[in-house]
Design a protein around this ligand. Structure first.
Ligand code: PAF
Length: 340
C-alpha cells in the first residue's frame, strides 16, 4: 500500500488555507456537502495567515450559493502565533501562486505523513515545486473555471458557474487513478462540477498559455478582456504573443503543442468579454500579481531551454513597471491621508 492509497481518515476533516474568494467558496461547499453513507457533514477549518484576519473573522463564511452562513472554526498559521489544534489530513490550498510555498511551509509541521494536498493555483510552476518538495503522490492539482469574488471579507459571491478538473502530475497509473477517485469522493463534486482529468498537466499548460496571452495585456491597456480584440495595438500584440507562446510550448519538452492558441484565446475573450482579468484587478487594488507565475515562468522556461521570447519579455517588463507604479500611487494616497 503506497502512501496515499490508504483510506482517507474519517470523520473527514478539511483544512482550507487561504480565505480569498476561492478559499471561501470551496470551504463552504466542503462544509455543506452531504457525504454518501456518512451521517455527519465534513468538518472544515479555515487557516488564516495573519492574526489580523483572525481577529476580523466573524466565525462564519457567507456564500451566495448558501441560504445560511456556514459556521466553521478558523486558526492562524503565520507570524508568531500558531494556534492549530491537532494535525492536518486533508489540506486545500487556495492562496495565490506566489504565496503557496511560504504558506505550506507555515503548516508543514502539522501535515500527517499521509496528508493530501490539493492545489488550486494558476500556472504550473508552484504545482511542480510543491509536488517536488512534498512528494508528487500526495499532491493533487485543480483547474477551475468557476468565478467568485468577495463582497466583503468572508462573504463570497459565486459569480460564474463553471467546471473543475482534478488530477496529479504523477505519471498515469492504476495507483494514481485510485487516489484521484478516492479524493473526488470526498470533494464537493456536484456543487463545483468536479471531474477527473487524466492529463491535468496538459490542461494547466493550456490555461497557463491563455493567461500569458491575456492577463498582462489587460493591464497594459487597462481594459476589460473583450477590448483586447477591439483595440488595434492590443490585438496586434495579442497575435504576436500567441504566436510566440505556441512556438515556446512546441520547443519545451514537457509542454503540449497548442496550434490554435489565438482561436482559443479569442473564444475565452468572447465568453469573458466584460470581465476584468484577475491580474488587472490585482493591479487596480495595488496587490501583488501572479505575473511571475505566468509570463515570468514562461520566460524562465525559455531561458532554461535557450529559447528567445522577446514579446513575453517586453510584456513582463511593462507589467513590472505598471505594478510598481500602482503600488507607489497607493502608498502616496496613504501618505497623503491626514493623521487622526
Ligand atoms: O485570470 C483571469 O482573469 C482568467 O483566467 C481569464 C481567463 C483571463 C478571464 O478573465
Amino acid at each position: 500500500m503506497t502512501l496515499t492509497d490508504k483510506p482517507i481518515p474519517q470523520p473527514l476533516h478539511w483544512h482550507v488555507l487561504g480565505a480569498g474568494a476561492m478559499g471561501c467558496l470551496w470551504a463552504c461547499a466542503m462544509a455543506m456537502q452531504a457525504r454518501d453513507g456518512a451521517s455527519g457533514r465534513a468538518q472544515v477549518s479555515l487557516l488564516l495567515r495573519h492574526q489580523a484576519a483572525l481577529l476580523s473573522y466573524p466565525g462564519h463564511i457567507k456564500s451566495s450559493a448558501m441560504a445560511q452562513p456556514v459556521v466553521m472554526p478558523a486558526h492562524t498559521t503565520g507570524g508568531n502565533v500558531v494556534d492549530l489544534p491537532g494535525q492536518i489530513d486533508n489540506l486545500f490550498v487556495a492562496t495565490k501562486a506566489q504565496d503557496t510555498l511560504p504558506a505550506l511551509t507555515g503548516v508543514a509541521k502539522y501535515l500527517t505523513t499521509d496528508c493530501r494536498i490539493v492545489l488550486l493555483q494558476n500556472g504550473l510552476k508552484v504545482q511542480r515545486e510543491v509536488s517536488q518538495q512534498f512528494g508528487a503522490e500526495r499532491v493533487f492539482c485543480l483547474s477551475t473555471s468557476h468565478g467568485a469574488w468577495l463582497r466583503a471579507p468572508f462573504d463570497v459571491v459565486h459569480a460564474g458557474n463553471g467546471e473543475t478538473w482534478l488530477g496529479q502530475l504523477t505519471p498515469a497509473s492504476d495507483d494514481s487513478a485510485a487516489r484521484q477517485q478516492a479524493l473526488l469522493a470526498v470533494l464537493p463534486a456536484q456543487q463545483l462540477n468536479i471531474r477527473i482529468d487524466d492529463d491535468i498537466a496538459a490542461r494547466l499548460w493550456r490555461k497557463l498559455a491563455i493567461n500569458c496571452a491575456i492577463n498582462a495585456l489587460t493591464v497594459i491597456h487597462d481594459c476589460r478582456n473583450g477590448e483586447l480584440l477591439r483595440i488595434p495595438a492590443a490585438r496586434q500584440t495579442l497575435t504576436r504573443l500567441c504566436h510566440e507562446i505556441s512556438a515556446l510550448l512546441q520547443a519545451i519538452p514537457a509542454a503540449p503543442a497548442i496550434d490554435d492558441l489565438f482561436t482559443q484565446v479569442q473564444q475565452v475573450l468572447m465568453v469573458t468579454t466584460d470581465n476584468i482579468s484577475s491580474t488587472l484587478q490585482d493591479v487596480r487594488r495595488a496587490r501583488d500579481t501572479e505575473i511571475d507565475h505566468l509570463n515570468g515562468y514562461l520566460c524562465e522556461l525559455a531561458a532554461q531551454h535557450g529559447l528567445a521570447c522577446p514579446v513575453n519579455k517586453a510584456v513582463l517588463q511593462q507589467m513590472r513597471v505598471l505594478e510598481s507604479r500602482a503600488k507607489q500611487a497607493a502608498q502616496h494616497t496613504i501618505n497623503q491621508r491626514p493623521l487622526t
